[in-house]
Design a protein around this ligand. Structure first.
Ligand SMILES: Cc1cc2nc3c(=O)[nH]c(=O)nc-3n(C[C@H](O)[C@H](O)[C@H](O)COP(=O)(O)OP(=O)(O)OC[C@H]3O[C@@H](n4cnc5c(N)ncnc54)[C@H](O)[C@@H]3O)c2cc1C
Length: 451
């Protein structure tokens, strides 16, 4: 097995070389606007795009560059499937609730892909079906559950029995698989930077390296300036208590990624006999992989010890192990060398559903927090902006209930004082994913969830 030395660097940053304007100057001085958007990840960018052409003056601030945090570190899987699979949503929310939430993420995928096509954004958009791979007996059951959930909700899919899996992936190590369409791969940092250009061309003012350190009434302050706005939409990650008291609703899970040297054509067809797919397996801390347009293999995963760690883990140990285990399962990739790795802590909530709210004490301020997945973030940013525009076509009541900060969780927040944040989060998270049940009446969990 060839083992090279990898460097710690987000591959997507490498692909920014040569783009028109990778960095905008920071905000200097005091300005006024109609709408201020803080945070330019998938959520903030979707909010800003929604406001284009609305007649509102819009300013956007990011402490890094557009897409510089989770969005630009992500693996770029564009799928409605995130941390919660459809069968889990079905168990948790019943048929109507599961459909509502699946469609949230599916709508997020559509918004992103429509915008990429409409604005001709060069971000390596790949049409890539999903392949969820079962491992062992429990994984076989997970695949069957997923197939049944999709049938129940009227979504099509193709199931592969153990003996059929090698027809789609060059491995005999999986016990079953389910495949479905309507999903894509994307270079998420080029996507963010492409949307940035569209926004700039449409008159939106963007300042990077401009962290909002505090805000009072309608004025937000950065280290060199301030913005006074009628409305504010905060789409930030790792929120600090001085920026919002709802920072307590946000937790993190760490995941690791690595990119390989390009594969040859023969290796690609051996790896994906029916064409490239985006794959992940049925493990609790799952391994995921897909091919980029340049035929590099992107592999991601983690381990139990570091997923809920408080600080970033920067050594290659975790991803090295993920790659070695994947190589055991897929012989074709054994000689493949991986050249860069990076990690990121994904913001999430205790039940993996985002928190979106209008601040009751400051009704001009919206918050979009803890979105797990680019499509969820995109939907929620767009949703918040539509609310600012007073768009009557959106079912506000429904979504604000799903995304309410006061929904109930298995273990309450105060237990963190006794048990610590990590333990309470892990238990709540596992409960939401594996145990929480709709109480029989469709949507009953939702009714019981909001206090
Ligand atoms: C390694 C990794 C792999 C992933 N893979 C996938 C995947 O394949 N598919 C998928 O759908 N999802 C994936 N995700 C999850 C996905 O990236 C996130 O859920 C999504 O990007 C969240 O978008 P966001 O806009 O809510 O947050 P972010 O992208 O984190 O954006 C928030 C922005 O706010 C800015 N900010 C924060 N505080 C301030 C402040 N005070 N002032 C100004 N700006 C501020 C930050 O700089 C940042 O740009 C992955 C995440 C990671 C880390």
């Amino acid at each position: 097995m060839t083992k090279g030395i990898m460097i710690l660097q987000d591959w997507w940053f490498t692909t920014l070389m040569g783009i028109k304007e990778p960095i905008r100057p920071p905000l200097r001085g005091d300005i006024k606007t109609d709408v201020l958007i803080v945070g330019a990840g998938a959520a903030g960018l979707a909010a800003a795009l929604r406001l284009v052409g609305s007649g509102k003056k819009v300013v956007m601030l990011d402490k890094n560059i557009c897409g510089g945090s989770s969005t630009g570190k992500s693996a770029g899987f564009l799928t409605p499937d995130s941390e919660l699979e459809l069968s889990q949503l079905l168990r948790k929310y019943g048929k109507n609730g599961a459909k509502d939430l699946w469609e949230v993420a599916a709508r997020g995928v559509d918004i992103m892909v429509d915008n990429i096509k409409k604005h001709k954004i060069e971000c390596d958009l790949q049409v890539q079906d999903c392949l969820f791979l079962g491992k062992g007996d429990s994984g076989r059951k997970d695949v069957e559950d997923e197939v049944n959930a999709r049938k129940k909700l009227g979504y099509s899919s193709t199931m592969y029995k153990e003996s059929e899996v090698p027809s789609v992936i060059g491995s005999k190590a999986y016990s079953g698989a389910i495949r479905y369409t309507g999903t894509y791969g994307v270079n998420p940092l080029l996507y963010a930077q492409g949307i940035k250009q569209v926004l700039l061309e449409n008159g939106i003012e963007i300042f990077e390296s401009s962290e909002v350190l505090s805000w009072k009434d309608k004025t937000a302050r950065t280290h060199l300036g301030s913005v006074t706005a009628d409305k504010m939409i905060f789409c930030i990650d790792k929120p600090k208590p001085e920026v919002t008291k709802f920072s307590t609703t946000v937790y993190h899970a760490q995941t690791f990624l690595s990119i390989s040297e390009p594969l040859g054509d023969k290796d690609v067809s051996d790896l994906f006999p029916q064409g490239p797919l985006q794959c992940w397996d049925s493990d609790l801390i799952y391994t995921y992989f897909r091919l980029t347009g340049a035929k590099r293999l992107l592999v991601g995963g983690g381990d139990m010890m570091t997923t809920y760690a408080k600080n970033d883990t920067t050594v290659p140990r975790v991803i090295d192990k993920v790659i070695s285990e994947l190589k055991e399962k897929i012989p074709i990739i054994r000689p493949l060398r991986f050249i860069q790795y990076w990690q990121g802590r994904i913001d999430m909530t205790r039940d993996l559903i985002p928190t979106v709210l209008v601040d009751p004490d400051h009704p001009w301020a919206h918050f979009v927090l803890g979105c797990v997945g680019l499509p969820w973030a995109t939907f929620c940013g767009d949703f918040a902006a539509r609310n600012v525009l007073d768009d009557k076509e959106v079912d506000n009541e429904k979504y604000y209930r799903y995304f309410s900060p006061s929904r109930k969780f298995f273990l309450p927040l105060w237990l963190e004082q006794l048990l610590g944040k990590r333990i309470v989060f892990t238990v709540n998270n596992a409960w939401a994913k594996y145990r929480q049940k709709d109480a029989g009446k469709d949507g009953a969990v939702l009714d019981a969830m909001v206090g």
